[in-house]
Ligand binder design. Structure first.
Ligand code: DX5
Ligand code: ZN
Length: 221
């Protein structure tokens, strides 16, 4: 059976009481903390940096922290996030001048490394680095904001990436980010994803456990 991971995006969490809110969503059954970093340059929004990642670790959060860098340039933030306690660091290939170098830098810092594909970013960026990625993240919305609708064309892209991962014989996570809800998570899993970022779908509900349980029962069908 596939080992599915649910990764709430803290972009939709309550920033005024972030530690408690993250602890609560993990208590409710989430597996991974998805941490969206936006720089108001690569994407038109501004969020949080390494200090906040470190603050979550200092607060006692032990789950894997999945840092999604929507920033340009990328490299200078990699050691800072590794130092701050990141477990996984993903970046958008078009935001890095030297993709192979950035992937190497992330691994050297002891983190898992991944590439992120916007809805219109070609998969050819994977051509020469399949042996270096631990995670492939497909955006199913244009990056920058929570609460957008899932772009259906991503399902076909997921199938293509799933094929490439299976052919590679490597253990690579296929992560999906944007517009994931209880009512579409099963179709997304059937298309090949095994790690699900969900922000508004979880944090907009009063009871996180109910939503996460519903997602898991959809995945178990
Ligand atoms: C968008 C971010 C997402 C976002 C997802 O740029 O990368 O992680 O928070 O939010 P929802 O699940 O609300 O689409
Ligand atoms: Zn994200």
């Amino acid at each position: 059976m596939t080992d599915y991971l649910i990764a709430p995006s803290i972009l939709s969490a309550d920033f005024a009481r972030l530690g408690d809110d993250v602890a609560q969503v993990l208590q409710a059954g989430a597996d991974v903390v998805h941490f969206d970093v936006m720089d108001n340059h690569y994407v038109p929004n501004l969020t949080i940096g390494p200090m906040v990642c470190k603050a979550l670790r200092d607060y006692g959060i032990q789950a894997a922290i999945d840092v999604h860098l929507m920033v340009k340039p990328v490299d200078s933030l990699v050691p800072q996030f590794a130092e701050a306690g990141a477990s996984i660091i993903t970046f958008h290939p078009e935001a890095s001048d030297h993709i192979d170098r950035t992937l190497g830098l992330i691994k050297e810092q002891g983190c898992q490394a991944g590439l992120v594909f916007n809805p219109a970013t070609p998969l050819s960026y994977l051509d020469y680095v399949m042996d270096k990625v631990d995670v492939i993240l497909l955006m199913s919305v244009n990056p920058g904001f929570g609460g957008q609708s899932f772009i259906d064309g991503t399902l076909d892209k997921l199938r293509q990436v799933r094929r490439r991962i299976d052919e590679s014989g490597r253990n690579i996570r296929l992560e999906i980010d944007g517009g994931v809800k209880v009512d579409n998570i099963r179709a997304i899993a059937e298309a090949g994803a095994d790690m699900f970022v969900a922000g508004s779908a979880i944090f907009s509900q009063p009871d996180y456990k109910t939503v996460i349980d519903q997602m898991r029962s959809e995945l178990a069908k």
